[in-house]
Ligand binder design. Sequence first.
Ligand SMILES: Nc1ncnc2c1ncn2[C@@H]1O[C@H](COP(=O)(O)OP(=O)(O)OP(=O)(O)O)[C@@H](O)[C@H]1O
Length: 226
Amino acid sequence: MRIRLDDFSLKANCAFEAGKVTALIGASGAGKSTFLSALAGFVDCDGGDIRWNGARIQGLPPARRPLATLFQDNNLFPHLTIAQNVGLALGPRLRPLSKDRGPIANALDRVGLAGFDARKPAQLSGGQQSRAALARVLLQDRPIVLLDEPFAALGPGLKRDMLALLRDVILSPERVVIMVTHDPEDARYIADDIAVVADGRVMPPAPVADVLDNPSDDIKLYLGLH
Ligand SMILES: Nc1ncnc2c1ncn2[C@@H]1O[C@H](COP(=O)(O)OP(=O)(O)OP(=O)(O)O)[C@@H](O)[C@H]1O
């Protein structure tokens, strides 16, 4: 696919495997967020194609694409309870249907928030808010999950815990997980593959160790190894 935004352009000719977490790394302004936005349908492509399991998803409105997104600000609505926020994964209803209560409670339980359903986001810590946002992604149950620096606002220890939880609850053999990170150590910790974004291109994903232990010139520059 190709993306053009004023004088910025980005090309990607690559495939992302299900059952793996792929970290997107690259310098600030390289186009990592723009790439995720194009996959999600928030930014139009200038040409090319986006396919999932062979089916064209380019051109579909964001809500009809088979994906869920989790971005840095968590996107929790402050006036809604945690159960309502998580329940939005199942439809735009503020009163969950009775059949939805079990799945909502189950998602909250999986992320360690059992019993927090009636609280508002402001009554949760930053880490708990991240867990709630993760519960919503879990409940959306989409085959592609896109994450843009999802836990950047958390301290390093908590961020690690959340990355481990993310991998544990979100990754499945059928799911493609792509995560932007600024920290190569996060990639080493959670990802199977890395796709480097540099020079207007998204490079094909390669195993983490290959990319970080035998870095190309682009990666050396990014890691400050020159
Ligand atoms: N709506 C827009 N219109 C024009 N240019 C844009 C728009 N959005 C982003 N850009 C430009 O596209 C380029 C890539 O931005 P993007 O946010 O994708 O980079 P990034 O790799 O995610 O950076 P960072 O690591 O700093 O978040 C930048 O040069 C940015 O200025």
